[in-house]
Every structure is written in structure tokens, then in C-alpha cells.
Write a protein that binds this ligand. Structure first.
Ligand SMILES: [Zn+2]
Length: 350
């Protein structure tokens, strides 16, 4: 159980918060929930054969083979894998300095993905005030395709996004049109996103989780209108913010569908899978990962999909059915794969 609590706490700190944390009484029990024993599950319904490219996977626990098997089961051919030093139970540094080993995490990611570059597209990470252009260049030369930044997460927000201390890094990323996946809590930092793109208008930027605006579609509409070159991903993690995201999007289903149908080239499928292993229990990992990937695919492809939902006044997680967006094939083509291929074109093998 301790390992699970750790993995849960660490994963929860990842790519999540969109709004201030709710009262602790409601969440206290969450990481303590028992590990569900994987039932002999019916195989998930086979998805129609389509090109699928997941732009948001945190590769941790050195779990390359289990990840590839999970992608296979979901009919996903390729995935962006993100360096995630603070989420990795297998290489977790001192808790007080959770991000300290970001350079080591980059080297590990490139090594882990080296034999699978036809399927796994590595994104390094960086401390934005520390990253030197020449070391970024060395990682790109070693096969890194893009950069994942966590500085828009309030846990990692040391200074404004467009702070002068970040200029060497952002100037390099902009000049070389490097794909950048920048987590931004737009509840808090929407104005800073504007300042960043005003300073670096050619930044090749993707803002995940519907740009942190799943629970406020009006904010999403405003951000998309203000920044016509900005891309967003549709990913939802396993924790409370992800569940709240699925719930909110269901309530605004027609409005969200209309946004995607109006500009399908700006929305990219992602799962926000964190491949953390709990006590090396690959069967449990497989069960949980499949659920999350299937839900994120279901949101886009299906009329109905299943995931946890928060119910009751104490916010207990309950497995539930959701209404999906059921996008048509002409829209799913770019959203599931075509947009990712275009975004990452400079580093994909033909
Ligand atoms: Zn994430």
C-alpha cells in the first residue's frame, strides 16, 4: 500500500491542477483506496482500425515494454513520451527537490526510447532558467523531438512564464521551431500565456488538457481565439482533475463538439498516461492503464465511454458511464493522428 500511496501522491502532482485545491477532507481518502484486484476482464471492444498517435505519455518506471503492449491493445501506433523526473517512482530524488534530476531523466528517456524511435517520440524536460542552449542542442542531436515543460503547473511555477531568466531557452525553442508541450494552469496563469506568446510568437506550442480549461469552456474559447497558432491536447489523467474534466466536458458536450468541429486541426489526442508500476505489479498497471487510455479515446471516438466519476457530498469515486463526443471520421483523422504528425513532422521518420 505504501508504494501505491506514493505513486498516487506523485502522479497527483503531475499534470493536473486547473483550479485551487478543494477542501482536504474530500480528497484525503483518495490515495488510500484499495488496489482493485483486476477481474478477469472481457477484452476491450476492438476499436476500428485507425491511425492513432498519443501526444501525452509520461514514461516512468523504465516501463517501455508494458507501455508498448498497452499502446498495442488500444490500437495506438505511436506516442510522445515525456521526461518526468518528479513522477518516476523508480528514480525519485529527494522529495524536497523533486525536479532536481531533470538532466538525468532526459538521458534516461533517450536511452529507454532509443530502440523504439519508430513508435516512441521523446520529449526532454528542463528547468527553464537553467537549460543552456548548447545542452538542449545536444539532446536534440541525440534524438529528442521536443520539450515538455512543467513550469505552468503551480507546483513548479518559480517565476512568470516569460521571465527574462527563461529567455535563452525560449529563444532557442522558438528559433528552431521545437515542439513544446507546456502544462499551463490557465485558471491562474492565463495572462502569462499571453505574455509568453507575445514575446515568442513563433513558439511551436501545445497546451495540454484543453489548455487547462476543461472545467471552463468559456476560458477555452477565449484562449483559442486569442492565440490562433496554439494547439491543445485532449488528455485526462486518472486523478480528480481528470475526472472533473470528463464531467465538465460532458455537461458542455455540444459546445465542445462545436469548438473541435470548427478547428479540428488544433486538437490532439493524448492520454496523460503515467506508466508508474506499483510494486512491480504489471497486472494492476495494465488494468489501470487500459482504463485510462480507453476513456481518453472514448471521449473522442465513442458515444459512450466509462471512467470514474465523483459522486455524493464526500466525492467518492464511482465507475460510471459518460457521454462521449463521438466525432465523425473526417474529424477523428486529424485529431487522433494527423495533427500530431504535422506538429512533430521535423523529427518523425517517414
Ligand atoms: Zn501529463
Amino acid at each position: 500500500m505504501r508504494a501505491l500511496a506514493l505513486a498516487g501522491a506523485v502522479a497527483g502532482a503531475g499534470c493536473q491542477a486547473e483550479r485551487p485545491k478543494p477542501a482536504p477532507t474530500k480528497v484525503a481518502a483518495e490515495p488510500e483506496q484499495p488496489i482493485p484486484e483486476p477481474a478477469p476482464e472481457p477484452a476491450p471492444e476492438p476499436k476500428p482500425a485507425r491511425a492513432r498517435f498519443d501526444v501525452h505519455v509520461h514514461l516512468v518506471s523504465d516501463a517501455v515494454d508494458p507501455l508498448l503492449a498497452t499502446l498495442d491493445r488500444a490500437g495506438i501506433q505511436r506516442a510522445v513520451v515525456l521526461a518526468s523526473p518528479h513522477l518516476d517512482p523508480a528514480h525519485l530524488p529527494d522529495q524536497s527537490e523533486r525536479f532536481a534530476d531533470w538532466r538525468g531523466a532526459n538521458d534516461r528517456l533517450l536511452e529507454l526510447s532509443a530502440g523504439h524511435r519508430d513508435r516512441l517520440v521523446p520529449f526532454i524536460t528542463a528547468d527553464p532558467a537553467e537549460a543552456r542552449p548548447e545542452e538542449l542542442r545536444a539532446w536534440f542531436d541525440a534524438g529528442a523531438c521536443g520539450v515538455k515543460l512543467y513550469m505552468g503547473h503551480r507546483s513548479f511555477h518559480a517565476r512568470p512564464l516569460a521571465d527574462e531568466a527563461h529567455r535563452p531557452m525560449f529563444s532557442t525553442l522558438e528559433r528552431e521551431r521545437v515542439p513544446v508541450l507546456l502544462h499551463i494552469n490557465t485558471f491562474r496563469f492565463e495572462a502569462e500565456l499571453g505574455e509568453l506568446l507575445a514575446s515568442y510568437p513563433e513558439l511551436n506550442l501545445l497546451c495540454p488538457h484543453f489548455c487547462g480549461s476543461r472545467t471552463d469552456v468559456e476560458r477555452l474559447e477565449r484562449i483559442l481565439a486569442a492565440h490562433p497558432g496554439l494547439l491543445v491536447d485532449t488528455s485526462h489523467g486518472p486523478g480528480k482533475p481528470g475526472v472533473q474534466g470528463f464531467t465538465a466536458l460532458e455537461l458542455e458536450r455540444e459546445r465542445v463538439r462545436a469548438l473541435i468541429l470548427a478547428e479540428p486541426e488544433r486538437f490532439l489526442f493524448g492520454s496523460d498516461l503515467v506508466t508508474s508500476m506499483v510494486e512491480q505489479r504489471e497486472d494492476i498497471a495494465r488494468f489501470e492503464w487500459d482504463r485510462q487510455v480507453q476513456a481518453n479515446l472514448g471521449l473522442l471516438e465513442a458515444d459512450r465511454f466509462e471512467f470514474n466519476r465523483l459522486v455524493g457530498e464526500h466525492g467518492v469515486m464511482e465507475w460510471s458511464e459518460y457521454r462521449g463526443l463521438a466525432l465523425d471520421d473526417a474529424t477523428l483523422g486529424p485529431v487522433l493522428a494527423g495533427n500530431a504528425e504535422r506538429w512533430l513532422a521535423s523529427c518523425l521518420d517517414e
